[in-house]
Write a new protein. Structure first.
Lengths: 110, 110
């Protein structure tokens, strides 16, 4: 079983739609969680950190449920520029190395 | 600041050839990493370093060696390339909650 699992998609949504991605993790050594965004053939870039209390950054909301080992990302009012692959990521405290899910591809259509 | 840079951007090797990938960062980060990304998979950790002169194995270290002689540079070596090492290689450095990635090196082994 992969340590971090995501639905690969693709999710095809119209502009303005709300879309939610989910992710589950199995490695309890992962102490911190993040969503990274990766555009086609480019490097991953940090989108936002994920906390148990939930956090919001503009149109993006992330939530961590440690009891269920479940992470979510909600994107409201989708824009064409949101089209990308979204990577669910865990980090262990010691090495600070990242464990990546395989990514969920989002395509926002006009 | 240039951030994290990688050299070369592209390379084609024949089976059995050797090469070195160079990663450089100008942000004075202690932690540096090498990942590989294959189609349909998340990034996987090859080796990492927690400071100048130190290196450690990640999840997929076989067939690779690394060196961190200077704080700003992290080298990844392939002594005898194999087709299974065809991949996109990303270097990263870390501060706080964020890892900064280089633009990647696309390596094909024939």
């Amino acid at each position: 079983r992969k340590e971090v699992e995501q639905d690969p998609g693709p999710f095809n949504v119209p502009e303005g739609a709300t879309v939610a991605f989910n992710c589950t993790y199995s490695n309890s050594a992962s102490q911190s969680f993040f969503w990274y965004r990766q555009d086609c053939r480019k490097e991953p870039k940090l989108l936002m950190s994920v906390y148990s209390s939930g956090n919001e950054d503009g149109r993006f909301t992330a939530q961590l449920n440690r009891a269920s080992q479940y992470i979510s990302l909600l994107i409201r009012d989708s824009k064409l520029s949101d089209s990308a692959t979204y990577l669910c990521v865990g980090r262990d405290t010691g090495r600070r190395a990242l464990t990546f899910g395989s990514g969920t591809r989002l395509q926002v259509q006009p | 600041n240039a951030g994290v840079t990688q050299t070369p951007k592209f390379r084609v090797l024949k089976t059995g050839q050797s090469m070195t990938l160079l990663c450089a960062q100008d942000m004075n980060h202690e932690y540096m990493y090498w990942y590989r990304q294959d189609p349909g998979m998340g990034l996987r950790l090859i080796h990492y370093s927690v400071g100048e002169g130190t290196t450690a194995k990640g999840e997929v270290p076989d067939g690779y060696n690394v060196s961190r002689l200077k704080k700003q540079n992290f080298l990844l070596g392939l002594e005898s390339a194999a087709p299974s090492q065809t991949s996109v290689y990303f270097c990263a450095s870390n501060v706080g909650n964020e890892q900064f990635f280089g633009p990647g090196t696309r390596l094909t082994v024939l």
